[in-house]
Design a protein around this ligand. Structure first.
Ligand SMILES: [Fe+2]
Length: 261
């Protein structure tokens, strides 16, 4: 275990969404996170994704209760409050009404697109968020069909001020070779800025952060690992993220993949 890691995207809270189903499962997840070398986790229940609504005040209350349980059981994991916010009509109004918020009260909001497209109005939304000094982090762009078909769409969002987060399971290959290769290319080309677990349970969607960082180090080097880990640290302390010029030069494998679709 080389790192003390921070995870900015997880569904560890018991019984609030499609993540952990109950307290004992959440405790098992917490223990698994500690074994991996994770010291802080932001709990990001789904919010307004069409199935689940978890307003920030409710999330904060559930985080407080869960922290008390962890303390009782001497599990050294710091859990912080956030939301995985789906792009939805009324998002700006809900931020003003303090129903929808950022990661640990920072300037950074975890923003989820539909899986098949970039919603109409996303560019305008990014502009409105920037006027509120909120920086969106696009969750798992590597699993969005429109972005996979044309990564320049993600480049546009990054150029409009967004950041993006790759899911650990994509990097370790759980979603297949093409998503793994695509994820590595997004990381390499500064189109992604974080890796996080998006953990839902202790089995097929577990905390796979250590393995993902191992792959990142093996394929792209320790400097990028350090950059990503510093970025995660900047989220929980609300610090500026260092940005590098994003590029997309269509690697050879991508042209081959496109021509064989
Ligand atoms: Fe998630």
């Amino acid at each position: 275990m080389r790192f003390l890691m921070i995870d900015i995207h997880s569904h560890i809270l018991p019984g609030v969404d499609d993540g952990s189903c109950d307290l004992e499962n959440s405790i098992s997840m917490a223990k698994q996170a500690v074994v991996q070398g994770i010291h802080s986790v932001i709990a990001t229940p789904h919010h307004e994704n069409g199935k689940f609504t978890n307003e920030i005040e409710f999330v904060e209350l559930r985080v407080k209760l869960f922290r008390e349980e962890l303390e009782k059981r001497n599990i050294p994991l710091c859990v912080l409050a956030g939301q995985e916010v789906r792009v939805y009509r009324g998002l700006i109004e809900d931020i003003e009404a303090k129903k929808t918020s950022t990661l640990n009260g920072s300037r950074y909001m975890l923003l989820e697109l539909p899986s098949d497209r970039i919603s109409i109005g996303t560019h305008e939304l990014l502009h409105e968020l920037s006027l509120m000094n909120i920086v969106p982090i696009i969750a798992h762009p590597e699993r969005n069909r429109e972005i996979a078909e044309n990564p320049l769409k993600l480049l546009e969002l990054i150029q409009l001020g967004a950041l993006s987060q790759i899911t650990a399971h994509s990097l370790i290959g759980s979603f297949g070779k093409s998503i793994q290769t695509f994820s590595l290319d997004l990381c390499k080309n500064h189109l992604s800025h974080f890796i996080s677990s998006d953990a839902h349970n202790t089995t097929n969607r577990a905390f796979a952060l250590a393995g993902a960082y191992d792959i990142l180090q093996e394929k792209l080097g320790i400097d990028l690992v350090n950059t990503f880990q510093n970025n995660a640290n900047s989220i929980i302390h609300d610090l500026e993220i260092e940005r590098y010029q994003p590029v997309w030069g269509k690697p050879k494998w991508f042209q081959f993949w496109k021509s064989n679709k």
